[in-house]
Every structure is written in C-alpha cells, then in structure tokens.
Write a protein that binds this ligand. Sequence first.
Ligand code: 5RP
Length: 229
Amino acid sequence: MTQDEAKWAVARRAVEFVEEGMAVGLGTGTTATKFIHALGERVKEGLKIRCVASSDASRDLGLSLGMDVVSLEELPELDVYIDGADEVCAGAGAGLALIKGGGGALLREKIVASAAKKFIVVVDSTKVVPVLGRFPLPVEVVKMALPLVEKKLGDLGLHPKLRHHADGSLYLTDENNYILDCACGQIADPEVTAAEIRGIVGVVEHGLFLGMASVALVAGDEGVTEMLP
Ligand code: 5RP
C-alpha cells in the first residue's frame, strides 16, 4: 500500500465514526482533506451533519462539497474531531501523544479538538514512532515576540527555525502568527517540554497534543488498526 492509499484507507474508515445529526470537527492536512472528501460523499447521499473546521482551507473545502460548515461560536460542542498528525506515540505513560502542526494549523486544531467529546487521529503507519521528536515540533508565535521566543527556545536546546514557504516568503498561520519549527530531536518527557514552551511569553501554542486523542486509526499493509491511549 502506498502512503497515499493508506491515507485514503484511514480517511474512509474514519467516516464510519460519523453518524446522522453529529457535530463534526474537520481537521487539516492531506489526510484530513481525504477524510473531508469522503465525508462529503456521505453528505451528498443525504447524511445530515454540521461541521466546524480547523483551518480556512478545510472550511472552504467543506463548503465547496456542500457541507454545513459553521463557526465554533455557532457550534461550540462537537461530537467528534477527526484529524491527521505528524507523529503518534503510545509510549508508556504518555497516553496517545501527538506532534501536529506540520500543516500550520496547530492552534485552531487544538481549539477544535478541545471542543470535541472524541478526537480520532487518522494516520498512515509511517507516523507511528516509539518516541516523539523525529518531526520538527511547530511552535506558533506572536509576530512581535519572535526574537524573544526564538532565543528562549534556543536556550532550551530546541533549535527553532522560522517557517517559510517554498518561494521564500514568510509563513503566516490563519491567525496571522509565525511558526518556529523546532528540530529538537527525541522528546524524552513531552509534558516537561510542553510546559517549558508554554512558559515563554509570546508563544501562542505548540504542536504537542498530549492526553487529547481518544483513538488513532493507523493504516498500513495489514489494513486499518486502532491504537488506544
Ligand atoms: C496540520 C496538521 C496535520 O494534521 C499534520 O501535519 C499531518 O498532515 P498530513 O495528513 O498531510 O500528513 O497537524 O497542521
């Protein structure tokens, strides 16, 4: 199975968790995009749901597929949130720990995830790691605070690098903030790292999602399996 096929397999499986009348959080990224397309097919067939999106891109996609996508203000409590991840770790004591934000939507993703009763992570098996940290940890930063935060993350040994687009222009989130990607290597204690980063004034959010995911659906050659916290 190619990575693309795995993403489709897990996206289609995730749609089975959505039931008539549910309030559904839409994730962001290539896997979440496949999920939104698959869910859109069900909506076209008559499934009645309401959705809140974790990014402008996912909102626009949902609307273009005829889905009822509203603001979190209109729909503050969600039955389920379905989104991808950059890394998933089920290490001892960590529950299901994630790194998210490779697609730059970590802030809204964390907000929407925290509004949901159930957070289903959809990944292909390449995302499952024994220890978090292979993927650079994204940290969203208020523009004005960039030099301060960059220095403090550096002092913590997290090796921050300002995110740019491929054309060299600066990357800005949907909330108009910068992202520092931290090539920190293995994160031995994610709770400690999360607390250290959160303690820096000017940090809006970081991509460690700890104790939030209810289940991870993982697609690989053996099909789609479930990882529980
Ligand atoms: C976006 C995210 C994505 O869920 C994460 O980057 C995984 O993306 P993909 O499904 O494209 O691999 O956190 O901010």
